[in-house]
Design a binder for this molecule. Structure first.
Ligand SMILES: Cc1ncc(COP(=O)(O)O)c(C=O)c1O
Length: 384
């Protein structure tokens, strides 16, 4: 396997970025929004350069080689066999789950989701005048799991869709076949559409818990499912706005396309070039990345276990750790840790006050510095 250098951080100060602009002019470490401080794989960058050198950047339509690369990538990485016709290109996964909400029954119907969860999922139902119904994941002593009794109790005659985040952001869960089967059976029993955001599927760290697309459970489940995927998280190309839905049911797929027509823009042509290169050539880079992220995740487990007042759970997938800081009893934990040099995401935005989400998609040295700062700040009083 070629060697890759994840230890030397790129100088992100050279260009604007959401993540680093937020802390510009300070020495605060940005460990918040979900992109990584690593350059994308060389093959992806080479494909982009070739396209730029050609110089023409007009509209693009999906071409067979692009769709084949996705189909082959999903079969190779997740054992999921799909037909290229099932793919609907989208400029983003957030766009995808907002479109899915628009397909979930009528205004005032309900969309069920497992919380805490990626914040745009909490607002998507409202954007299309649907109601959000939340069922909190519970900690069973080892990991965060769905409380099926609670999910059943919250399902009403107006529930139309189950919206999943799988693997789960921010809890870092890679759901097992049994867990997914129980959720899918619930959707079948209540005739719910399933919208499954699987954007983090390429980032499973725990090899004993491989990603299982919920639509791969059976043809019947697939027929009621809109699966959303993208190369953006795994290969760190989120700024290129390239994602896709996989929808096996022709009628559901046509509805999705119709709803998007005229509102959702074309997919970025450079994003598509990068997508093909990532699925076709990004496999060894991804494996090396996962090794590096596993090392980072272990570092977090070791360090956090020695910090009084903070606990966390093993990260099965994603480069995001979920820190339970409730015992510290800070009014504003995100502000406290930012004042001590580490900016994390606020659990309140995900629906869980007292928690912080730490992005560890960065060099080990930056992570170590952040952990030292977090450790020191945990024992300091909060300023008011
Ligand atoms: C679960 C999840 N879905 C969607 C997105 C964003 O997707 P996109 O940028 O393709 O809209 C993110 C980004 O962090 C995410 O974590």
């Amino acid at each position: 396997m070629p060697t890759y250098d994840f230890d030397t951080p790129p100088d992100r100060g050279r260009f604007h970025s959401m993540k680093w602009d937020r802390v510009a002019g300070t020495d605060v470490l940005p460990m918040w929004v979900a992109d990584m401080d690593f350059a994308a794989p060389a093959e992806v960058l080479a494909a982009l350069r070739e396209h730029i050198d050609h110089g023409v950047l007009g509209y693009a339509l999906p071409w067979p080689g692009l769709l084949d690369a996705i189909v082959e990538g999903l079969a190779r990485d997740h054992g999921w066999r799909i037909d290229p016709d099932w793919i609907v290109l989208l400029p983003g996964v957030v766009t995808g789950f907002n479109l899915a909400c628009a397909l979930a029954g009528e205004p005032d119907d309900e969309v069920l989701t497992l919380t805490p969860v990626y914040p745009p999922m909490l607002t998507a139902p409202r954007n299309t005048k649907r109601r959000l119904v939340r069922s909190d994941l519970v900690h069973d002593g080892a990991r965060w799991v769905c409380d099926m009794d609670d999910l059943r109790a919250r399902t009403t005659s107006r529930t139309r869709m189950l919206m999943l985040c799988s693997p789960h952001n921010p809890l870092g869960r890679s759901f097992s076949r049994d867990e997914l089967a129980a959720l899918a059976a619930h959707a079948e029993a209540h005739d719910l559409l399933i919208c499954s955001d699987e954007i983090h599927c390429g980032l499973v760290l725990d090899e004993s818990r491989p990603h299982i697309p919920v639509a791969s459970l059976s043809e019947a489940i697939a027929r009621r499912t809109i699966t959303l995927m993208a190369p953006s998280k795994t290969w760190n190309i989120a700024g290129l706005s390239s994602a896709f839905a996989v929808v096996s049911d022709a009628k559901l797929r046509a509805s999705l396309k119709r709803t998007a027509d005229g509102i959702v823009p074309h997919t970025n042509s450079l994003g598509l070039v990068a997508t093909e290169a990532a699925y076709r050539h990004g496999h060894t880079w991804r494996r090396a990345l996962l090794d590096y992220l596993r090392g980072n995740a272990e570092r977090i487990q070791q360090t956090v276990s020695n910090i009084a007042g903070i606990t966390t759970t093993p990260v099965e997938a994603t480069y995001l750790a979920w820190l339970d800081c409730r015992a510290l009893q800070f009014d504003n934990p995100v502000r406290h840790f930012a004042e001590h040099g580490v900016l994390m995401s606020d659990g309140r935005d995900f629906g869980a006050a007292g928690f912080l989400r730490l992005n560890f998609g960065c060099s080990r040295s930056m992570l170590d510095e952040a952990l030292q700062r977090i450790s020191a700040a945990a024992s300091k009083p909060e300023s008011h």
